[in-house]
Write a protein that binds this ligand. Structure first.
Ligand code: GSH
Length: 242
């Protein structure tokens, strides 16, 4: 059985899409990141970077203790390898997939994430136009990278639909909010529409953490301030005393 430590964000949905595509049983363990669940000792044991998603495989192939994996890219590789699907193993295609998984983790995820972050900075923090422009441009550039890649092949790694596609898709689902005009990127658009129509992608994108939605604006001001600090002013945690 797989336990998916999850909150419904693009990084979480990469893994729920793959689990749905695989059709395997899994249990969602909510990690309410707004409230601070990612800092509990139990969660830090499986995800020392205090970020979700994380995966626990309670039945590893070779038996023994459960295996836990953090970082969505590593989770995608773990699941695809274990289940023997969506990651072709001939050397050429294998590394096409690895390169695009790395590209997503090092470029599309972080840059698009910062675009969103700087677009939400409250006015009391001053002029954010440099950062907003920088990450909007990067986001646009990265859509161009996808578009140019997809003009002469159906999927990111070539002829087959793989984890490289699944890991990149959720960050593009909000293309409109990201200020992207789909008609500027017609090869990307073809890929996006095809993936959006896959039942497992639809199901994976709709996975919730089973926790009722909460409007942060309705919380007491002290709790709102605590949560802002917790998310946006993270500093190093002291190492345990030996
Ligand atoms: N590189 C990580 C990024 C994960 C990540 O940034 N997760 C966010 C939600 S999308 C998170 O857990 N944030 C909690 C926090 O900032 O404390 C991955 O792909 O798994």
């Amino acid at each position: 059985m797989y336990q998916l430590h999850y909150w419904p964000t693009p990084n979480g949905k990469k893994v729920s899409i793959l689990l749905e595509e695989l059709g395997v049983a899994y249990e969602v363990v909510p990690v309410h990141i707004g409230r601070g669940d990612q800092f509990t000792d139990g969660f830090l044991k499986i995800s020392p970077n205090n970020r979700m998603p994380a995966l626990v495989d309670t039945a590893p192939t070779a038996g023994g203790e459960p295996i836990s994996v953090f970082e969505s890219g590593a989770i995608m590789l773990y699941l695809a390898e274990k289940e023997g699907r969506f990651w072709p193993q001939d050397t050429r295609t294998k590394y096409e997939v690895v390169q695009w998984v790395m590209w997503q983790m090092a470029n599309q995820g972080p840059k698009t994430g910062e675009r969103g972050h700087f677009s939400r900075v409250p006015p009391e923090h001053g002029d954010q136009s440099y950062a907003q422009r920088r990450f909007a441009d990067e986001t646009h550039r990265l859509y161009g990278v996808l578009n140019n890649r997809l003009y002469d092949r159906p999927y990111l790694a070539g002829e087959e639909y793989t984890i490289a596609d699944m890991i990149s898709y959720p960050w593009t689902a909000s293309w409109k909010l990201q200020g992207i005009d789909l008609d500027e990127f017609k090869y990307f658009k073809r890929w996006f529409e095809e993936l959006s129509a896959r039942p497992a992608v639809e199901k994976g994108m709709a996975v919730t953490a089973g926790v009722p939605a909460e409007d942060p604006a309705t919380l007491p001001p002290e709790e709102q301030a605590r949560r802002r600090k917790l998310l946006y002013n993270q500093r190093a945690r002291p190492a345990p005393v030996a």
